[in-house]
Design a protein. Structure first.
Lengths: 452, 423
């Protein structure tokens, strides 16, 4: 299927199979399963990049001469690599009935918790998937990867005197088999979550506002890393290829390469075993490796493809992925995170006289150059005289990347990862990633109330 | 031929209730970056889904590619007892519709002229996409229904750069009209060409939303109107009954499957689709139902299946009586485009969204300039829809990256809403 007349061409067979069992507010919504199978051929010919997707192994060449945005590509040494991610406890070993029963037990347990408010919605779903990709290109690279994995998603709404608190989570997701369910300790996590939301709804007060120290959890560190380092460090965004979709990057506007404190180190690493962003050869045949995007507060490296590397006189670094056989490969994050240090959470909080601990969030967004960002706390607590205290309702951290990154003065040693879906491209592609970090302290930053 | 394939798939499944939906697509995307071609992508694909129900048990199997050869075995092995099990409507009908545009089909086959036309209408620095879709949608059910419809759509959106200043606009329809594409570039350029910068303070403002922004927020309303969103607790309509006055009397929102944006003649259960008001003059009229959810809510299907998640086909706001100039009278802030709409509490509709491209300060009926900073709209969706005080006469067809369901929307005048910014 490779287009031998092209300067560069690659072909990918992409197979995905999955199933989802859901309980909607306690009742079984049935099992949905799917299979997707097809081929994508990409060719760079006469300076023009063309892509054809089909369920059949066919090639449909678009011979067009036109003004092209791409300038060229960087060749790499061909490789040959096969990877199969193991399942210690294969998904097929457990029947549907047992999986439904497991979800029903979780549902009963959550509903049995004595709360001061009322749990009016609880939804949970177990998603299993397996992905197989076979890749070949005109340089002679062959690669194959098989990625089985699980995702546990849930949402809930609690009500008290007409006031509600609502949340959803897709943070439990990884590659592997059913052994992940034991590892995730779902029962404990969900009981803790429902108690915590109940406490906030009943006892949460209005948050303090103004400039103060904010300690953010590894969950919030993860979303900050993803949104305001990962995305703006995608070289195609910096160059403007996504300008009409996900936008551009502040890196194209910054006068200097330093906008963060020495405590800030951010990496993207697709080689973490068991992670949702795991792969060893990317979708244009380049070997994957860890990229240190920010080192001691300085811009160190971008996520590159063969084509962006050519334009920027850089080297491709194995960052191209695609959602399925219908999707062109794009520069994507894999597992993006703030690097930890050797401090303890206790040390971060100890010398905060008056501030907030932001543990989780619901509403978040960021502008199209990834500079102005906003996170609204879901579980949040006051910090007074070095101790975490009472819950506060929905403090808003709305600031710039420069202000947040330059105000991070310390991070702890507790590196954690969370699953998520990352969107980009047109038609929009959602690919699974991990994002994470340690707990981080941000000094003297503005906090607002929701509604201000 | 096509109906034979559907009947053959249905026949291969041993179950009392069964349905199959297939979409056979030929699509083309022309991606433009900096007024040059960054990518030409063409697709030839088959996607489908099969519903199987038996004795209160159900399963759904999706496929992209050929239907799985062992679909009967797989379906029966996946059957799970569920209150969302439903019986297909008894409807011994065969429908064939052709709403396709030959011009779109021929441009998918040979896009050379279209590419030249697009490049010729670009300003110096324009990025965007023209997407052409040709889709043969097929539905067959054990209720005796067989439907085949041929439809086409085109979507175009462009972002024009004048230095660091940008404007963005979109259009869509079921027939390709090159003038619509040209006008999209022109509108984006009009906003990009406003280069005076002003400061806009945080706080409550009178805000005017362009059809781009309003269409994006109507996606939330459309999704929340699904009866499944009420089941999962992710809808502002959870505690609302038909007949309740909840929004401004000026606001009417229809689901219009028969709209020329993307005409859909039958849903995934073989029900004939019909246009309906979700909100009429500020009064809530109906959720969107499939058969299973209609039964659970003691109602009737609205022809919006989706077997699990009923959804709107095309959204359309009723027009107002204001001209666009009328809406710019007085003082306010005009948001011309937005993205990244996210909810803090979906049952209460507490959200924020980020303005992008031109955010314009209106003073004494004139555009005083564009905001130096990107601003947000933040608050309750219901407050925003309650505060509608005028809508434009002209509606614009919108579909783009942030608007998935084709939507016809006006410029909207909101008397007061909170604007925030990152420092």
């Amino acid at each position: 299927m490779i287009d031998k007349d092209s300067a560069y061409s690659d072909a990918r067979y992409h197979y995905q199979r999955g199933s989802s069992i859901s309980l909607v507010n306690g009742v079984v919504a049935g099992k949905t399963s799917w299979v997707s199978e097809g081929y994508l051929v990409r060719s760079f010919n006469n300076g023009l990049l063309t892509v054809f997707s089909s369920n059949e192994p066919k090639v449909d060449r678009l011979i067009i001469k036109s003004k092209s945005w791409e300038a060229g590509f960087k060749p790499v040494t061909p490789v040959n690599k096969n990877v199969i991610v193991p399942q210690a406890k294969p998904m097929s070993d457990v029947s549907i009935e047992e999986k439904v029963k497991m979800l029903q037990e979780i549902d009963s347990l959550v509903r049995s918790e004595k709360l001061n408010s009322k749990l009016i919605r609880f939804n949970i779903s177990l998603l299993e998937f397996i992905e197989r990709r076979a890749f070949h290109n005109s340089e002679g690279t062959f690669s194959y990867i098989e990625r089985p994995g699980l995702w546990l998603r849930y949402s809930m709404v609690l009500e008290n005197n007409g006031e509600t608190i609502s949340m959803w989570s897709d943070e439990l997701g990884a590659l592997g088999g059913l052994e992940l369910l034991d590892k995730w300790n779902i029962h404990a996590e969900l009981m803790e979550k429902v108690r915590s939301l109940d406490n906030i709804l009943i006892n949460g007060k209005s948050p303090p506002t103004g400039k103060m120290d904010v300690v953010v959890s590894s969950l919030i560190a993860g979303i900050i890393a993803h949104e305001s380092t990962g995305h703006p460090f995608e070289a195609d965004r910096v160059l403007g290829r996504e300008a009409a979709q996900a936008g551009k990057s502040y890196l194209g506007y910054l006068a200097a390469g330093k906008f963060a404190s020495e405590a800030v180190n951010v990496s993207d690493d697709p080689t973490i075993p068991g992670s949702l962003g795991f792969y060893l050869i990317d979708d244009e045949g380049v070997e994957a490796r860890k990229k240190r995007l920010i080192v001691n507060g300085r811009v160190n490296e971008l996520l590159q493809s063969r084509f962006t590397a050519y334009k920027m006189s850089a080297e491709p670094n194995g960052s191209m992925r695609s959602m399925d056989y219908q999707s062109e490969p794009l520069i994507r994050m894999s597992n993006t995170f703030f690097e930890p240090s050797n401090m303890k959470l206790d040390e971060l909080i100890r010398d905060v006289r008056s501030g907030i601990f932001l543990k989780s969030y619901m509403e978040w967004n960021i502008d199209d150059i990834r500079w102005g960002q906003r996170y609204v706390g879901l579980e949040a607590y006051e910090i007074r005289n070095g101790e975490v205290g009472n819950p506060v309702k929905y403090p808003v951290l709305e600031s710039s990347t420069g202000e947040i990154y330059s105000s991070i003065d310390a991070v702890d040693d507790d590196l954690r990862f969370y699953a998520g879906m990352c969107g980009k491209g047109e038609p929009s592609q959602a690919v699974p990633v991990w994002m994470g970090g340690p707990n981080m302290r941000i000094r003297n930053i503005r906090v607002k109330k929701l509604g201000e | 031929m096509e109906s034979n394939q559907l009947v053959s798939i249905l026949g291969s499944i041993q179950a009392e209730e069964k349905a199959v939906v297939m979409e056979v697509k030929d699509n083309l995307m022309i991606k433009v970056v900096d007024s040059s071609i960054a990518l030409l992508q063409r697709w030839r694909t088959v996607d489908g889904q099969v519903y199987v129900g038996s004795n209160g048990k159900m399963a759904i199997i999706g496929f992209s590619g050929n239907p799985p050869s062992n679909i009967d075995k797989e379906a029966n092995a996946s059957l799970t007892p569920s209150p969302y099990f439903f019986r297909l409507p008894r409807n011994e009908t065969e429908i064939k519709k052709d709403a396709s545009d030959p011009n779109i089909i021929s441009n998918i086959k040979n896009p050379s002229q279209l590419i030249d036309d697009i490049l010729n209408m670009m300003t110096e620095k324009t990025s965007g996409v023209v997407m052409l879709e040709s889709n043969e949608r097929r539905v067959a059910t054990s209720g005796g229904f067989i439907g085949i419809e041929k439809l086409t759509t085109f979507t175009a959106h462009f972002r024009v750069f004048r230095g660091d200043y940008t404007g963005h606009w979109a259009t869509t329809g079921s027939r390709l009209n090159i003038n619509d594409v040209r006008n999209t570039v022109k509108k984006a350029d009009e906003y990009a060409s406003i280069t005076d910068e002003v400061e806009i303070d945080e706080g409550k403002h009178r805000v005017i939303l362009s059809p781009m922004v309003f269409s994006n927020l109507l996606q939330l309303v459309g999704r929340m109107a699904s009866a499944m969103s009420v089941e999962t607790g992710s809808s502002i309509f959870t505690k609302v009954k038909p007949g309740d006055k909840i929004f401004s009397p000026l606001f009417t929102l229809h689901d219009k499957p028969l709209s020329d944006l993307k005409p859909i003649f039958f849903d995934d259960e073989g029900n004939t689709t019909r246009d309906k008001a979700i909100i009429e003059n500020g009064v809530f009229r109906t959720l969107l139902f499939n058969t299973a959810l209609a039964d659970r809510h003691k109602s009737k299907s609205t022809g919006n299946a989706g077997w699990v998640f009923p959804a709107p086909w095309n959204l359309e706001t009723a027009p107002g009586d204001a001209s666009e100039d009328d809406l710019l009278d007085g003082d306010g802030v005009l948001f011309t485009n937005n993205w990244y709409t996210r909810l803090q509490n979906s049952m209460e509709g507490i959200f924020s969204t980020v303005g992008r491209d031109a955010i314009l300060l209106i003073r004494n009926g004139r555009i005083a300039g564009r905001s130096k900073k990107r601003l947000r709209l933040a608050g309750r969706l219901s407050d925003m829809l309650r505060n509608i005080q005028a809508l434009s006469k002209t509606l614009y067809p919108i579909k783009w990256w942030e608007v998935e369901v084709p939507t016809r929307a006006p410029f909207v005048d909101i008397s007061s809403f909170t604007v925030t910014k990152s420092q």
